[in-house]
Every structure is written in C-alpha cells, then in structure tokens.
Design a protein around this ligand. Sequence first.
Ligand SMILES: [Zn+2]
Length: 382
Amino acid sequence: MEQHLAASAEHADYLVELSNVVRQTNIGPRGPRSLRRLGLVLRALMELTGDPDVSVYPVADISLLGGHREFADPAEVRRLRRWVADGLVEEVADADERILELARMTGTRVITGDQYVDHRLEHDWIQGNTWQFLRPEPRAGGTVALVPMDMGVRSAAEISRKMELSALKKQGLIGPSSTPMTTVIMRSWRCPERRCSLYDTRKGGRVLLPRIRGGVPTCELHGLPLEDQGPRLGTAQLKAVIDGVCVARYTLDEGAEAQVGRHPGPAGIALHSLLKPETAARVSRTHVTVSARKGSVLIRDVSSYGTRMRPAGRRGGFGPWEPLPPGTGRPFRPGDEVELAPGVVLTRSGRRFPAELADAWRGAGGAGGAEPPGASAPTRRY
Ligand SMILES: [Zn+2]
C-alpha cells in the first residue's frame, strides 16, 4: 500500500479521512478497526481512475492509534505507526478539520463517509456539494465502490445542534476567518522558527500545507503565524491513459508549454514507445500542445487527424465527446479527457490550479459547492 501514499497533500490524487475508513465496519474484515479497509479503498480507486499508481494523502486523528487495542492485528498498528513516523500519514488532533482545510485549499476529492454537518458554518462550501466527497460502499465479492455523496443543504438549526454536540472538540476552531483560502495555496510560507522547514517549498520533498487558525496560516508544530514568502508557482499533472490504463505521468510548470504526440521532438512528450504500431499511425508527430498560463491549463489541437475532448461531469462521469477546434486553445481541467486516437487519452489529475479553485468557488455561488464551469457571483466569505 505504501506506494500509493503521497508525500504531500498537494501531489495526491485524493485525500483520505483514514480514521473514518479504518472504522467503517460494513467493508472489509470484521472488527472495529482494520487497515485492510484502506487496501480495499485503494483497489476501488485504481479501478475508478484506471491508474495503477493513483495516490492518496491520508489524515488520521491521534485517537486512531490511541485506540490501538481495537485493531485485531498488531502488525497493522506497527505499520500505521511507521507511516506516521515517515510522514505518509498526517496525524492531527482533529482530522475532520484538517481534511476540510486541505480539501478547500487544494480542491482535491475526499474519501470519507462523514457528512461534516457540524463543520458547515466554518465550511459553507460543503453545502450542496455533489462532487468532492466519495463514500466507500460494499459491493458483491467483498470489494468496495466509491460513490459521490450529495452533501445536501443542512438547516442552521441542524448545524447548530451538531455543533453543540462537538463543541468541546471544536473549541477555538470556529470563528470568522478573514484570509481568502485561495491566497494560502498560491503563496509560499515559512515558519518564523528558523530550523523549521515544514512549509519550505524550496527544499523539495515533503511540504505541509498550513494549518488555518482563526483565518491565519499557522505552523502545526510551533503554533506560530507563518511568514509570507511570496507567490508560488503552480504545477499541473498530466497522465497518459492507454486502453484504460495510466501508463505515464508528466508535470507541467506554470508558464510552460508541452507538445504531445507520437514524436514531438526533444522538449515534448513522446508517446510512440507506449503505442501499438496501428495506433501510432493515427497519432500525429505533434498532436496537441498543453500550456499552463496564469493558473489555468489550455490544450490546443495541432494534429492532422483531429482530437476529441469530453469534460468531467459534476457527479462523476463525463459530458459528451466533442471535437477540439483545430489551432484554438481550450481550458483543460482536472478530470477532463482528451482523446488523440481511439484508446489514447490525456487527462489531468486531481489537483486544481489556484485560479481554477477561485473559479470553482465563484461558480458555486451562495449555498452551493457545485463544480465549475458556473455563473460568476462575485465574492464569497472564506
Ligand atoms: Zn514551525
């Protein structure tokens, strides 16, 4: 399972509320807690995405390992402890709050069975959301399917009742926040404690996204407000999916343009070695170009044979295939599929660019958390 655990939330295809999944007793083996339930979820994700390397970022409550006697297998406890020590599982006092912070900052989908009713004042973007939360459900043969949850719109009375129940847990976490969350992920941060590199993007490797305390990005370890280190450049992830299987991943930095095709030249993404000869004959030497500019990704057809595209749907699934107009840039959003030839698909993985996140929130309007593209109600309270 380790190979599916991403070193940072930003590079993960999905977030997993691990405490919730491990305790979901209607899937996997008997007993109150089992790590094998995560294995079932990972298998379901590979099936859903067609990506054998799909990655997740798990967040766990401290109480998950605190209650280690509830695991039937002590080897699972040791394994989980090692993951926490290696930074493959983020362990926090309140996993709900952290999962929602990360989901809001990155726009990444979340695997959980929780409806987060008591968090909806602070996180009103959950209201009406139909795409960002996936619930594991048991299927025949002991397997698991991941089903998008309609989060619905809960009344103020219902929310406050739930909040009273968890008031102690949430003390100090609720309150009007003034920092727009988009700006948090669009910038680099640094802890004032000089030896602390938890948030240092210049060192590469594992970088935490900030905790938000009272609207202020804060160091998880030292509790200090983080210093703003200036704007941060985005990176988009592309995947090549051939006959339903993800065979390669590429990254595209802000400001960069990549040519994709059978043999686009040294700076491009060459697919020839991945294609059967009869398929390769239908892919142009340079077939499409993909560019990342000002926080969004555009795709342009430059082929001799044409290219089709279908947008990711609001409730999973896809819209209809449409030909890409030749030579014209079109927005290429996470989940959209671009088909160069039958069975040769280019897609973007989970994480959105900051500007796309901002669009999503604007598009969601008042009560909703629906997916873009949408109308353009001006601003939201963050
Ligand atoms: Zn620190």
